[in-house]
Design a protein around this ligand. Structure first.
Ligand code: NAD
Ligand code: UDP
Ligand code: UDP
Length: 313
């Protein structure tokens, strides 16, 4: 049992991570400024003596005593990270500096939730960790992409300069219960639209692809990465290599919800990557990990969640 800090712990991934860590009897300090996360996601944990919640913005210093740090604090959907882009960059960069400074002081192991967005709109497919990416430094997505890239730089410099025990994972599109219903991400949009009988909004032609990982698989990868040996700082891709077009996703959602919603086509957002698929050879070899949950099974769980959520409003 160890004392674990989870930043962004009231968010989608963070709350599932807290669940798993508590099930494994770790003591948790969950830190969140509730920008996109909600107390609802962790309500069931409040009162557990192993769980502590602290409202705090990681762009400010944090002095606590912990042994492990999962740094997840950062809005993840374009709608949210573009709402206040300067704060998004600060969260990634100042947040990383503060959490690395903390890790350095208490000699904690620290894991960074990086993203497939560091590859930008990639020229190689599928993406391997040694690909440097193709990122626009001055576009609408740059606050997120470049912020996350700079955070990776900081992690590796703290490792080189201060011998810090770091772990960097590059997370590809992940979905599941507790996704924010209004965050504009494709899985939550399509499911909510299908359940409400509204039009399904396909951006562009719908031929662009993504690879969707179910949240339980993703959390397992984070835990394995955190407990891997010091010779594996990463970066390691984590995601589901099974790739779908947005049209295929819409078709699966319509079929699983039994919805009669129509497809409508809308303009493609700026800098929207055309294709994305992780090469997870490294995660398979070094972590013995690969995703187990199929898209249909994961979508069923997520649809059931949104049905309950929409019903309760
Ligand atoms: P989320 O928005 O649900 O969670 C982020 C959490 O961070 C929220 O609870 C939010 O309130 C909190 N937060 C934001 N800024 C903060 C700040 N300055 N100080 C303290 N807390 C702050 O998003 P998520 O999908 O759970 O993503 C978690 C992490 O994983 C993020 O770092 C994200 O970049 C990364 N990631 C997620 C995905 C995905 O598909 N979900 C893909 C790649 C990377
Ligand atoms: N920091 C923190 N908690 C700590 C230690 C440091 O939040 O327990 C912050 C502190 O604000 C500092 C940053 O982390 O600015 C980087 O710390 P580091 O020791 O690497 O650098 P320095 O203090 O020399 O700027
Ligand atoms: N998308 C879509 N309709 C929506 C929301 C998103 O067609 O209602 C598309 C979007 O243009 C992108 C893909 O779905 O090509 C994934 O978008 P998301 O925001 O979920 O993730 P990201 O672009 O960050 O991978």
């Amino acid at each position: 049992m160890s004392k674990v800090l989870v930043t962004g712990g009231a968010g989608f991934l963070g709350s599932h991570l807290c669940d798993r860590l508590l099930a494994d009897r770790h003591e948790i300090l969950c830190v969140d400024n509730f920008f996109t996360g909600t107390k609802r996601n962790i309500l069931h944990l409040i009162g557990n003596p192993l769980f502590e919640l602290q409202r705090h913005d990681v762009t400010f210093p944090l002095y606590v005593e912990v042994e492990r740090i999962f740094n997840l604090a950062c809005p993840a959907s374009p709608v949210h990270y573009q709402f206040d882009p300067v704060q998004t960059t600060k969260t990634s960069v100042h947040g990383a500096i503060n959490m690395l400074g903390l890790a350095k002081r208490v000699r904690a192991r620290i894991l960074q939730a990086s993203t497939s967005e560091v590859y930008g709109d990639p020229e190689i497919h599928p993406q391997t960790e040694d690909y440097w990416g193709r990122v626009n430094p001055i576009g609408m997505r740059s606050c997120y992409d470049e912020g996350k890239r700079c955070a990776e730089t900081l992690f590796f410099d703290y490792r080189r300069q201060h011998k810090l025990d770091i772990k960097v994972v590059r997370i590809f599109n992940t979905y599941g219960p507790r996704m924010h219903p209004n965050d504009g991400r494709v899985v939550s949009n399509f499911i909510v639209q299908a359940l409400k009988g509204e039009d399904i909004t396909i951006y562009g032609t719908g031929q662009q692809t993504r690879s969707f990982c179910y949240v339980d698989d993703l959390i397992e990868a984070l835990l394995r990465m955190m407990e891997s040996g010091p010779d594996l700082p990463g970066p390691v891709n984590v995601g589901n290599p099974r790739e779908f077009t947005m049209l295929e996703l819409a078709e699966r959602v319509l079929s699983l919800t039994g919805s009669a919603s129509r497809l409508v086509f809308q303009p493609l957002p700026e800098d929207d990557p055309k294709q994305r698929q992780p090469d997870i050879t490294l995660a398979r070899d070094k972590l013995g990990w690969e995703p187990k949950v199929s898209l249909d099974d994961g979508l069923r769980e997520t649809i059931a969640y949104f049905r309950r959520e929409l019903g309760s409003r």
